[in-house]
Design a protein around this ligand. Structure first.
Ligand SMILES: NC(=O)c1ccc[n+]([C@@H]2O[C@H](COP(=O)([O-])OP(=O)(O)OC[C@H]3O[C@@H](n4cnc5c(N)ncnc54)[C@H](OP(=O)(O)O)[C@@H]3O)[C@@H](O)[C@H]2O)c1
Length: 294
């Protein structure tokens, strides 16, 4: 693992980590030595379970109270989203990464499209990811700023602070912090189902590039786009298995494929402003409908 700002274990906030992929990403990161802040909206018990399992993976954290590692926020609510990173910082001291995994995934199409549905998807899936990236960037800037003497506004003060910071071993601004945005192979293999969800993820994919430009050198920004990985209430097990095989490689992504890609992207300090597609090549195909409606 790369050098961090301090000797403390690196900390990642994973959104939507009570269940499904978010939970698996949280556990994968804990296995890789990260401290994990588990975000949830309504799945409190599941979030507690995720936090407990993350803590149990490391001998030095086994006795800690999982209640202190779970954080509630409705990401559709901007004020609640802006409060999230400060809550984690208060509890855990530092944050080095945010994995934007939580997502609203409700069906609409061009017939049922409404401003309301679009706004909910945009706020939960796009706006929240940007606000959390912004907050991580501000936190990294503050951590990287040299110790400020009382007269920090003056050039001499800044120079003195910089010298003091370097003498104290503080690194120059670098890209040790990272945001992972969970995207979807559907963006490269579009169909008109889940219109608002797709538009919100398309905006997040564009934001991935813009954020990587704007937040360098402090924060890297990487997209991870799974293919069909987990089934949903709209797909029975047999249909899921059948659809999972629909890809050039004969299988879409497993949970392990997605988790290992997130961990890889978080550790590789040369990757930013791009998306890793983990889908068995599904994005190379053309599906007329969403999986759940095929
Ligand atoms: N699963 C797949 O096969 C697949 C395929 C392609 C892409 N992806 C992407 O991978 C990510 C994870 O997928 P998933 O299937 O695990 O997601 P999911 O089950 O659809 O949703 C994960 C969590 O998101 C949280 N969430 C939704 N709206 C929220 C809001 N307004 N505020 C806060 N939390 C909210 C919910 O938390 P609570 O339960 O706590 O309310 C939910 O448990 C998503 O970004 C998805 O787009 C998944």
């Amino acid at each position: 693992m790369s050098a961090s700002f301090s000797s403390a274990p690196r900390t990642a906030l994973v959104t939507g980590a009570g269940k499904r992929l978010g939970r698996e990403i949280a556990l994968g990161l804990a296995r890789a030595g990260w401290r994990v802040a588990v975000h949830y909206r309504s799945s409190e018990l599941e979030a507690l379970q995720t936090a407990q399992e993350c803590l149990a993976l490391n001998a030095s954290t086994q006795s800690l109270d999982p209640q202190h590692f779970i954080f509630q926020a409705d990401l559709a609510d901007e004020a609640a989203t802006r409060h999230l990173l400060p809550m984690v910082l208060k509890q855990m001291g530092q944050v080095d990464a945010v994995v934007n995994s939580a997502a609203l995934f409700e069906h609409d199409d061009v017939q049922s499209f409404s401003y309301t549905n679009m706004a909910q998807h945009w706020a939960s899936n796009t706006g929240a990811a940007i606000v959390l990236a912004q907050a991580l960037h501000q936190h990294c800037q503050q951590r990287n700023s040299p110790t400020k003497p009382a007269s920090s506004a003056s050039a001499a003060g800044l120079a003195a602070g910089l010298a003091a910071g370097l003498a104290a071993g503080l690194a120059a601004p670098h890209s040790d912090a990272v945001v992972i945005n969970m995207l979807d192979q559907k963006l490269w293999n579009p169909n008109p189902d889940f219109l608002s969800y797709t538009l919100s993820k398309a905006a997040l994919e564009a934001a991935n590039t813009l954020l990587a430009q704007a937040l360098a050198p402090f924060v890297r920004v990487v997209g991870v786009a799974p293919g069909l990985t987990l089934t949903s209430h709209m797909l029975d097990e047999d249909k899921f298995k059948q659809l999972h095989k629909l890809s050039p490689l004969g299988r879409s992504s497993s949970v392990e494929d997605v988790v290992s890609t997130v961990v890889f992207a978080m550790h590789n300090r040369a990757i930013t402003g791009t998306t890793l597609l983990v889908d068995g090549g599904q994005h190379l195909m053309k599906f007329e409908r969403d999986f759940s409606l095929m």
